[in-house]
Design a protein around this ligand. Structure first.
Ligand code: XMP
Ligand code: MG
Length: 188
């Protein structure tokens, strides 16, 4: 159990299991993108740790760049995704792999994909550390999913609760007694 701000969290996925999940994904990417020199576009802030660990296992020639997505609500998963900040790389004719920490309703990813297509890449796929399949509201095909999880608020390994808790090797979820209050927290 750990405490982050006013909430308690318990280990959901161990550090070892996360590394195994990421290794499986990296192996698939190494095979699928051989000779394609993919450009990874990592979505900040949450994907920074996933990106660092995945890229250490990617053995083919590749590049990586980082973007931030600005949304109206900021904290809420229902917020409108407004724009891409800081995209400096030239995406034209490149094979893009977007790296995300988590896909929940899919709104963020849907908007990001829509925006990136304007840059005329050769191809775009998504690799996400986590997917909450029960929560998907937008039709999305996500080729690379390291792990599917139920609809529980998670934290750690890059994901935060109100800015805190990103700095762990394991993935945590709200401790069982606190899950019932998840909907009141507005922390997604
Ligand atoms: P959508 O609904 O656009 O949401 O797919 C994706 C974004 O919502 C955040 N999110 C979470 N953050 N623990 C978190 O720390 C969670 O369980 C969680 N679920 C969604 C996250 O910022 C993601 O980019
Ligand atoms: Mg995120």
């Amino acid at each position: 159990m750990i405490q982050v701000k006013d909430r308690h969290f318990e280990v959901m996925v161990s550090a070892e299991q996360l590394q195994k999940d990421i290794a499986v994904l990296a192996a698939r990417i190494n095979e699928d993108y051989a000779g394609k020199e993919p450009l990874f576009v990592a979505v900040l802030n949450g994907a920074f740790m996933f990106t660092a660990d995945l890229l250490k296992m990617v053995t083919i020639p590749c590049e990586v760049t980082f973007v931030k997505v600005a949304s109206y609500e900021g904290m809420s998963s229902t917020g409108q995704v407004e724009e891409i900040l800081g995209l400096e790389a030239d995406l034209t004719n490149r094979h893009i792999i977007i790296l995300e920490d988590i896909v929940d309703t899919g709104l963020t990813m849907t908007e990001l994909l829509r925006n990136l297509r304007d840059f005329r890449p050769a191809s775009v796929e998504v690799a996400t550390l986590l997917l909450k399949p029960e929560c998907l509201k937008f039709p999305l095909s996500i080729k690379y999913v390291a792990r599917e999880i139920p609809n529980i608020f998670v934290l750690g390994f890059g994901l935060d609760y109100d800015g805190f808790g990103r700095n762990t090797r394991e993935l945590y979820c709200l401790a069982a007694p606190e899950i019932k209050v998840q909907s009141e927290l507005n922390i997604l």
